[in-house]
Design a protein around this ligand. Sequence first.
Ligand code: WTA
Length: 652
Amino acid sequence: MAESGDPTSDTINALMAEDRVFPPPDSFKNDALVTGTFLYDEASQDDEAFWARQAAELVDWDTEWDTILDWQLPDAKWFVGGTLNVAHNCLDRHVAAGRGDKVAIHWEGEPGDTRTITYAELLEEVCRFANALKGLGVEAGDRINIYLPMIPEAAVAMLACARIGAVHSVVFGGFSSQSLADRINDAEAKVLITADGGYRRGAVFPLKPAADEAIAETPSIEHVVVVQRGGNDVDMVDGRDHWYHELIGGASSECPAEPFDAEHLLFLLYTSGTTGRPKGIMHTTGGYLTHVTYTHKYVFDLHPETDVYWCTADVGWITGHSYIVYGPLSNGATQVMYEGVPNYPGNDRFWEIVAKYGVTIFYTAPTAIRTFMKWGDAEPAKHDLSSLRVLGTVGEPINPEAWMWYHEHIGGGRCPIVDTWWQTETGGMMISPLPGATTTKPGSATFPLPGVRAEIVDDDANRIDVGGGYLTLTRPWPGMLRGIWGDPQRFRDTYWSRFPDRYFAGDGAKLDDDGYLWLLGRVDDVMNVSGHRISTTEVESALVSHPSVAEAAVVGATDDTTGQAIFAYVILRGDSDADEDVLRAHVAEEIGAIAKPKRIFLTPDLPKTRSGKIMRRLLRDVAEGRNIGDTTTLADASIVDELQARATSSDD
Ligand code: WTA
């Protein structure tokens, strides 16, 4: 266990003196899908039977399963023997039920251009593109990389893969060409789907040039499909590169949705772990779809006939996979998809969109909420937000002040807030209120959802009923990861070895006297910056890959807006003159702009224990401006004084 983040500390306990409670309003309960405890009661009697009922009610199967769960830790198989097609569930079944004209996606481009896409239109485009992929030689099981902006084609590409059983691996458009190349190579992807560029903060950012740089190093890529969006000039390589619009123009709109095994690999999504190498998290078909459909319906109290749902995540993250693409579309929801940033052209862009489309369910990240708080109450007040009825958060702990601001200034004091805890690995939400059933406390994710079993344990795996410890999951769940691509041992070591018979999530958490769960952040070397997971080791590796850097240590320090900010301490090689800016740019090139350290301190030495281990906690203390206590175990205590002096002088 890393030394960071002690979840049992007194300071954290002191922070948790939150006693405001918010029961679901009666007016909300009148129409809510779930009030009271019946779902919890049913699930606690027999969780497998509970999940089987969800799978049968919420998902269309071509063949019924014969075994609900085959669990041989750490390997779970759900709905064994069942077959289904995910794209059929997200599209065909709604069209067949007469809802083809219902809007699936209200897409809003950043410059203000829009597209309205019905379920029938989405189905047709998915079929065409699925045929186009087949035409490029794609078969079930092949890996396809997707590197796109927030445009409808991202959803089309994912669903087209699902339709023909190809495995998508989406890489967030903000990642660098190097990160893209690493992910393509790890998955040995055959096709890359990208765009010329996309809009961000009023300008086009070019994606194709980054993709070109990546594929210079990826021998497995045979074809590149390019969506036209930015209108920027791009190089097209004859025979290898194809325009998306030309491919679908020439493809048939008939493409049967073949059934696949419930355990067929649906997608890989790479996420940061505690080493420098991202892991390809594997998600399969039947369990995953059941989990995201169920949680999207009940956690948001979805009424698909009347609700307009909006999740502000990017499709490049798990939230975009589960709660922009698969959950909402499987439920036949109408949703808003937005391409750009929240402050273009003004700081009220999100609220303008909410009012324009009459958004009823809004799902965003605490970092965004804290940023809106900074921009001031006047921004949301400019718009009519009275359509909203449920608010959600995800990605990091939400502090009670931000929760209260969200409640008052966005929710008008009337909307239940669902603070949803989950991970790339869990596939779907795990701990969250149900808006018509749960009395919430600002800052608490409340209770495990029906069907989910979570426990807090201490260092020795003893269960804790009140107080802080490590969050573990004690039963398999349908959406759980099925492994790490190409590395079963890492799967076992990372998640299943710290505590016997338990999945260890990497998070600290606390149970209060009323049994409410409070998430306390990561306890490993994973940082959470604006809700994005970045590993300290990954940033360290990026820094030491620069020829000027001899050694680097990276820590996540508390930040008022982004949750954590990246601080790096770097020892340069003797004759080098690289400065902070050069090194920050280098990290952006190696990983992506999201991983750029907020500050880099050049230092002649790093604090280490006598055994040579870098004292990260001490570096975090320096970064957060705390006084350093006992440094007697340090090899050279004077370095801490020097680092502190530098940190203070650079604040001026
Ligand atoms: C953190 C995002 C507190 C947590 C869906 C977890 C949260 C990591 C919450 C997963 C929440 C996510 N409260 N912390 N409601 N939601 N986290 O894989 O540390 O990008 O382990 O998945 O985000 O991040 P990931």
